[in-house]
Write a protein that binds this ligand. Structure first.
Ligand SMILES: *Cc1c(COP(=O)(O)O)cnc(C)c1O
Length: 361
């Protein structure tokens, strides 16, 4: 993917070096416009990384001490981390056994009177039942913040990830579907006031009336111009890259034996972007080892649910059986746009041969 943009990035960086505008400037403004247009929102606010995107969004919504945010326990730790960084308390929700995503029912089960928002995570590249979640959140009187770090370009109905909740938070960590050459992130929103607050928070709480006028307690979480050049170049390829991932995923779906390595389920009514090819296997440690011996690198997303990690165990309300049983079995198979179909075929056949049958026959 680097090869696809090398020329454009090099030219853009050369221009940037001539301009000397490393903080802010046209490169950042241009990418923010492109990203908002892509997501279908009025604003995109570039920030330093995805964790800050979430943390600053919670703060911009006025969420802090005494407040709670529902977070699915099956997510990357940053979702929960951002809640705690904002001064609030995470309430962990379980997930659907097929999709491993939060549902209206698991959201409701995690509710308390102090909950102000839910962080809906589009894990593995797929958006959950947003219609149900938005209706439930509206009835409960809480905000929906999308953690769309793994779902750049995913859709549900007509609208892209990030355009459904009050705000959508993105990471452009190099391994994401749209990745920078370093750390980067963004928040998209169609709420003018929220966007304005985020612009201030990411830049030392500047009030807009002057360089040394600080109206809010902010921090430094600006998007680098150097990364904005990369992201603008890569964005032109994102739909094609996501389509390539979908084609490869279809090969996995065709070839993997569902009684050996069932893939995470798909929801009707949306189009995922297949950030990860997540399956479930028994005897995972041995399966991973034998795959590694066969030259197949795999990952685990994620081995420890958030509510069982040391910094968050104090926030756990009890066991979350679906999340915990999934954590023991999930296995991520190789998936990236330039992977060859023949490699996917070989991986699928190797997994079928190595992993135990689930039905016990
Ligand atoms: C990557 C990721 C983040 C955090 O992004 P960083 O840029 O690494 O801070 C948050 N949530 C999810 C679901 C992620 O995958």
């Amino acid at each position: 993917m680097t090869a696809d943009v090398r020329e454009e990035v090099t030219a853009g960086w050369s221009e940037l070096l001539d301009s000397g505008a490393f903080i802010g400037g046209t490169a950042v403004a241009r990418f923010e416009q492109d990203w908002a247009a892509f997501c279908g929102t009025r604003h995109a606010v570039g920030v330093a990384n995805g964790t800050d995107a979430l943390h600053l969004t919670f703060r911009a919504l006025g969420i802090g001490a005494g407040d709670e945010v529902v977070v699915p326990a099956n997510t990357f730790v940053a979702t929960a981390e951002a809640v705690v960084l904002a001064g609030a308390r995470p309430r962990f929700a379980d997930v659907d056994p097929d999709t491993l995503l939060i549902t209206p029912e698991t959201l409701e089960a995690a509710m308390t009177p102090a909950v102000r928002a839910v962080a809906v995570v589009h894990l593995y590249g797929q958006m959950p039942d947003m219609e149900g979640l938005l209706a439930t959140a509206a009835r409960l009187g809480i905000d929906v913040v999308e953690d769309a770090a793994q779902a750049q370009g995913a859709t549900r109905g007509e609208a892209r990830a990030g355009a459904h909740g009050v705000a959508g938070c993105f990471s452009f960590y190099p391994g994401k579907n749209l990745g920078a050459f370093g750390d980067a992130g963004a928040v998209v929103t169609s709420d003018d006031r929220l966007a304005e607050t985020l612009l201030s928070l990411r830049d030392h709480g500047r009030a807009g009336s002057g360089h040394y006028d600080h109206g809010l307690l902010g921090l430094n979480s600006r998007l680098d111009a150097v990364q904005a050049v990369v992201l603008a170049a890569k964005l032109r390829h994102l739909d094609a890259w996501n389509a390539a991932r979908a084609d490869l995923m279809a090969v996995y779906r065709d070839l993997l034996d569902p009684d050996v390595a069932p893939l995470v389920g798909r929801l009707q009514g949306g189009r995922g972007v297949h950030h990860l090819a997540v399956t479930r296997v028994l005897d995972r440690a041995r399966v991973r080892e034998e795959l590694a011996e066969a030259g197949v690198a795999t990952g685990i997303h994620y081995p420890t649910p958030c509510h069982l990690m040391t910094p968050y165990a104090g926030y756990a309300d009890g066991p979350l059986p679906v999340t915990e049983s999934a954590a023991a079995q999930v296995l991520s198979l190789p998936l990236y746009p330039h992977l060859r179909v023949g490699d996917v075929e070989r991986v699928a056949k190797t997994v079928n041969a190595i992993a135990p049958r689930r039905s016990g026959r």
